[in-house]
Ligand binder design. Sequence first.
Ligand SMILES: C[S@@+](CC[C@H](N)C(=O)[O-])C[C@H]1O[C@@H](n2cnc3c(N)ncnc32)[C@H](O)[C@@H]1O
Length: 290
Amino acid sequence: MAESPSPGPLTHQKTLARGQPPPAAMTENEFQRFQALFAQTLGLSFTSEKRDLLTLRLAPRLAALGLRDYTAYHALIARPEAREERLRAFDLVTTHETWFFREIRHFDYLREQASEWPLDRKLRVWDAACSSGEEAYSIAMTLAEVMGTHRKRWELLASDISHPCLQAARHGKYPLGRGKDIPQRHLERFCLKGVHSQEGQFCIRRELRDTVHFKLINLVEPLPLLSPFDMIFLRNTLIYMNPAVRTSIVTALTSRLAPDGILFISHTESLQGLGLKFRLLQPGIYCRDY
Ligand SMILES: C[S@@+](CC[C@H](N)C(=O)[O-])C[C@H]1O[C@@H](n2cnc3c(N)ncnc32)[C@H](O)[C@@H]1O
């Protein structure tokens, strides 16, 4: 029987007794409620074809909490005070795919900019959807190679909505195979190969890890007060959002971008048609246009 959507404490939710069947399939009505919730809280737009995907991704939480159906789970995470469970749900429904030095041209551009950066101006970079840290460490390696690791020369904020991703990013440990796109010189200088119990993994050296400040930021909520950044990376994230959300996120980020600041999005994304004042410099690289 469907759970009432009215909010109530988790302990009041109906739970499954042992041996009861797993949660039923997500109904169209339930799917629409999740669609609305995730659009409002995350800015993500799930088209109807994504119903099975959403069902699959959320099913483990229903099972873990012993909830009978998706109505009960929706009611749970819609409650303002259920922040922790809502963050778990966010983590399950978002795509975290990433890799080191993804879209390598952007790192060539970053290196060029860093090597010409005035000595008396600190370069401030924000990686605004950093997933498990590969992108942030690619930025950090590029900057450290040119500018060193001294905090006076540059700083890097890396944020995401996913708590587990941020934890993994802070640890900076990855399976060896994930290092295949890191240039050899960076592997030698910034990475350590695991031995004994760490066999099959590598980690980012402490010196580089300490240059990155990881923080949980939801881009659809009012942004924290941050001094202007010279560069913001927001790659492979807008693609999951509808045009209105894209516009409002990029507008909010622009308010944290220096007047001569640069915005990086993916080669496969575009700011065209969003009514924003940006000029394309290279594929996926924009500067503000006045
Ligand atoms: C596909 S990954 C892209 C990672 C990296 N930028 C790259 O290009 O490889 C998208 C990331 O955006 C994050 N994300 C999605 N919606 C978000 C939001 N509203 N606020 C902050 N991060 C969000 C997800 O958690 C995920 O880690």
